[in-house]
Ligand binder design. Structure first.
Ligand code: NDP
Length: 260
């Protein structure tokens, strides 16, 4: 599996915390013994990305090359210019992990604040679509048989099993599922794989963001569930990316045992 990742260039969005951060670290750890890879870490918090890059280099040496890039996926122009602004040797991207996402304003539909609706769609849906559009041309011009590469989208159980109070977040994740599925079907004549991983409850900063920084409310969400760790999801992402190229883990729902 590690050999299939060696030499690749991987982009992770939302790599400054939680699932994205762990996913980046897992790609690095798995690929390092087989020759390493290039890892592009993106998020808004550039200082945190720089620290993570240093940590990975300290642990694994310079086989794994890490490039931290500040990128807000909801900034249309920044996303459009993303590939072109990379140093030349970093542009030959093989894997895009669309992980950046957030939930805000758990409230009944009539009360959800307009800005929360906008930020969730702009990040979770439009941002993910624009990132995919920005990087797909790199995949499609690879080789002579229609291109190759992996688009890995982080969806959520929320997109499949919507809950009261989460209507907009659930709708954004349902959109991710539909987009992934359409794209996968559009690309079946190529070697571009479209993979969606749908986590259940994972303990990250995510829930703290949902409650605008209220840690006690965030902790209550995970009570009695023994939630997944970000590493649990990271391992599945890297597993999917390291399958033989005709194997597509099109959808995968990952739950903690006690989540209903
Ligand atoms: P975290 O809050 O820990 O991480 C979210 C990441 O997204 C951060 O790195 C943040 O970085 C980044 N991000 C947010 N907005 C933007 C933006 N506009 N542009 C670029 N990056 C952005 O949450 P998780 O790790 O839990 O969430 C990761 C993904 O997993 C999300 O898509 C989420 O919906 C999904 N998920 C999470 C579940 C959970 O229970 N935790 C369950 C199911 C799915 P920064 O602030 O530096 O920009």
């Amino acid at each position: 599996a590690a050999k299939r990742l060696a030499g690749k260039t991987v982009v992770v969005t939302g790599a400054s915390s939680g699932i994205g951060r762990s996913t980046a670290a897992e790609f690095a750890r798995v690929a390092a013994p087989a020759g390493g890879l290039r890892l592009i870490l993106t998020a808004r918090r550039i200082d945190t990305l720089k620290e993570i890059a240093e940590e990975i280099t300290k642990e694994l040496g310079d086989k794994v090359k890490v490039l931290p890039v500040q990128l807000d996926v909801s900034d249309r122009e920044a996303v459009r210019g993303f590939v072109g602004n990379l140093p030349e040797e970093w542009r030959d991207i093989d894997v895009l992990v669309n992980n950046a996402g957030l939930v805000k304003g758990i409230a009944r539909a009539p009360e959800i604040a307009e800005e929360d609706i906008d930020v969730m769609f702009a990040t979770n849906v439009t941002g993910l679509v624009h990132m995919t559009q920005a990087i797909l041309p790199v995949f499609l011009k690879r080789g002579s048989d229609g291109g190759a590469g992996d688009v890995i989208n982080i969806g959520s159980i929320a997109g499949l099993d919507p809950y009261p109070g989460g209507s907009i977040y659930c709708a954004t994740k349902a959109a991710v599922r539909s987009f992934s599925e359409s794209l996968r079907k559009e690309l079946i004549s190529t070697r571009v794989r479209v993979i969606e991983i749908d986590p259940g409850q994972v303990e990250t900063e995510f829930s703290v963001v949902r409650f605008y920084g209220d840690k006690s409310k965030a902790d209550a969400v995970y009570a009695g569930v023994n939630p997944l760790t970000p590493e649990d999801i990271a391992e599945v992402v890297v597993f999917a990316a390291s399958r033989p190229e005709n194997v597509v883990i099109a959808n995968s729902l990952i739950f903690p045992q006690h989540q209903g």
